[in-house]
Write a protein that binds this ligand. Structure first.
Ligand code: ADP
Ligand code: MG
Length: 577
């Protein structure tokens, strides 16, 4: 058979519904894509000016205007960027997946890497059809002599192109929102989405609601009319009442949705503690103060910027729930992406911006490749480094933070071997006297009393009798009350083979026992009586009961269950046997 070669052709009729339905997992992403394009258009124009290929007056204010008309059911994205010629519309818009951003980048690759172009795949624009029945473009290129273009497409594969009526440089995209877009017909939902995706985008973004503007205007007209009426009445009365109070009209300065220069992009040496705190409150809407933070700032071997905050836990029962927002060149991608951020770090709150991230088209899922792994382990290393330096330079504060950060660190130890190796010497144990000790310190202090054993309490209240008794005997135990502590103990026993953890109500040391000869006889009697009693009460003939005399004269009697049996019981309860 003859070999036949050719190239696959794609029919847009088939691909279109796929783009509409499947390419983007989240409906609201069209806002991110259209604002990104508008931002890119401005970035490109600035870039061309810096190369002497475009010009605009000094002091030109660049912005992206998002205008919602609730009645007309339209949402517009207007920019005063580079604009498009008719040729460019044909090339970049009519050809799906032909990215002008890629084109631009390859053309102007060299030069400063500072201005990041967001687009990559040449599909973002079409996300508009996820919500719109009809999309219009009115655009005018910056190029001299360019004619404005009007492009319309009703969601099928047909479009029309004609002379446009835009007079100023830039592009206006109008979405006629359909049934799928009705969620975006309120100012509130558009604002929320802009805040979600565009909070740190590099060009100012403004949102206008036509309805809100109309209402404002109506109120203004009404107030003016009332004022005039009042003045007329006063004139008629001809009595000057009180001296006229000059009423200041509230000045209505539009406020940009976004922060074009987010703190994390600044050099750490140029940021103040107040700025870090303010950034935290605003970004995470958390009004508790963060404990401390780590500012990630690197250009090599990859570009990564961000701030990780250690949040304050309310109490030990608070669930650990962090939020790491991932950005790509100041555009929000998604929260808590496990591929990039080590899982245990998701308990922190932070922002991470990595322009070099390899993203697939939907940008919501990251390819799980070696590069991403490197980023992840780098972040984990930075966190370990910061904890170590805090321990070394500011032990007092480190101790203070310990109660809040220990579940996080322990979780990290369980999840990430490298992290464990890095922080194992700075894991603290708080004891029943309120002191913070490392494991070697605890073991050393108690070597005489009970070598290689760590006594702990998991519930200070429930085990208060035992704690009291420990204190009476000048013994020490550490507090391990968190849910993470049980797996953490097992982990430590595995790592430090000699060390055994025993709960405070599971063991007696000889120091607590009264082994006087004179009481031996009485002890034997008690042994018989109590053994019978316990066996009968629990209905277990084989039960091992051991009775000891306590040295303490304050504690009359306690029951203990060996550590192993305790763990078995707890496991049984957990798995239901
Ligand atoms: P991408 O942004 O990944 O290149 P898009 O589908 O989002 O792909 O956009 C396709 C192309 O259309 C862009 O690369 C750009 O050349 C052009 N374009 C889209 N929106 C605008 C705009 N507001 N101003 C100028 N050009 C635009
Ligand atoms: Mg784009």
């Amino acid at each position: 058979m003859q070999v036949e070669k050719g190239s696959l052709s794609i029919h847009s009729e088939n691909i279109f519904p796929i783009i509409k339905k499947w390419l983007y997992s989240d409906h609201d992403i069209f806002i991110r894509e259209l604002v990104s394009n508008a931002t890119d258009a401005i970035t490109k124009l600035k870039k061309l000016k810096s190369l002497g290929e475009a010009d605009y007056p000094e002091g030109t204010a660049f912005s992206v205007q998002v205008v919602l008309d609730e009645e007309a059911k339209t949402l517009k994205f207007i920019d005063n960027g580079i604009g498009m010629t008719g040729e460019e519309v044909k090339k970049y818009i009519n050809q799906i997946a032909f990215s002008g951003a890629e084109d631009f980048l390859s053309k102007y690759k060299e030069g400063s890497g500072e201005d990041q172009i967001i687009g990559h795949f040449g599909l973002g624009f079409y996300s508009a059809f996820m919500v719109a029945d009809k999309v219009e473009i009115q655009t005018l290129s910056f190029q001299e002599g360019a004619a404005p273009v009007h492009w319309v497409c009703e969601g099928g594969t047909e479009f029309s192109m004609a002379d446009g009526d835009r007079t100023g440089r830039g592009t206006e995209i109008t979405l006629h929102l359909g049934e799928d877009g009705k969620d975006f017909l309120t100012e509130w939902s558009v604002r929320k989405t802009l805040e979600k995706y565009c909070s740190f985008m590099p060009v100012e973004i403004y949102l206008t609601s036509i309805r809100a503007e109309k209402e404002k205007e109506e109120r203004r007209v009404k107030a003016a009319a009332e004022k005039a009426e009042q003045a007329a009445k006063e004139d008629a009365g001809a009595e000057a009442v009180e001296p006229e109070i000059q009423e200041m009209e509230p000045v209505d300065i539009p406020k940009a949705i976004n922060d074009t220069k987010p703190l994390y992009l600044k050099k750490p040496s140029e940021c103040t503690d107040e700025e870090y705190r303010a950034f935290y409150h605003k970004t995470f809407v958390d009004f508790k103060e963060p404990l401390f933070w780590i500012h990630l700032n690197m250009d090599y071997p990859f570009n990564l910027k961000g701030i990780l905050y250690f949040p304050k836990l309310g109490n030990q029962f608070d669930t650990l729930e962090g939020q790491i927002k991932l950005y790509n060149s100041q555009v929000f991608i998604a929260d808590n992406i496990k591929e990039v951020i080590p899982e245990f770090l998701l308990l922190l709150k932070g922002v991470v911006d990595c322009p070099d991230l390899p993203l697939n088209v939907s940008r919501s899922f990251l390819q799980n490749d070696g590069f991403v792994q490197k980023i992840s382990s780098h972040i984990s290393k930075k966190v370990a480094d910061k904890l170590n330096s805090l321990y070394k330079t500011d032990k007092e504060n480190y101790g203070k933070f310990w109660d809040d950060i220990n579940p996080f660190i322990k979780f990290g130890c369980l999840k990430d071997e490298k992290f464990y190796e890095k922080v194992k010497d700075i894991i603290l144990y708080k004891d029943i006297y309120g002191k913070y000790l490392t494991l070697p310190e605890y073991l050393e202090e108690n070597r005489e009393k009970h070598a290689d054993k760590v006594f702990f309490t998991s519930d200070e209240q429930q085990q208060s009798q035992y704690i009291k008794m420990f204190k009476e005997h000048d013994m020490d135990a550490v507090l391990l009350p968190h849910a993470i502590d049980q797996p953490f103990i097992s982990h430590m026993e595995m790592k430090e083979e000699k060390v055994k953890f025993s709960r405070i109500d599971t063991d007696l040391t000889d120091l607590m026992k009264d082994v006087d000869e004179s009481t031996a006889e009485a002890l034997k009697e008690s042994q018989e009586v109590l053994e019978k009693l316990f066996r009968a009460a629990l209905g277990k003939e084989q039960l091992t009961v051991q009775v000891e005399n306590l040295k303490s004269d304050k504690t009359s009697a306690i029951v203990i269950l060996p550590e192993e049996s305790r763990r078995m019981q707890e496991m049984g309860a957990m798995y239901g046997f």
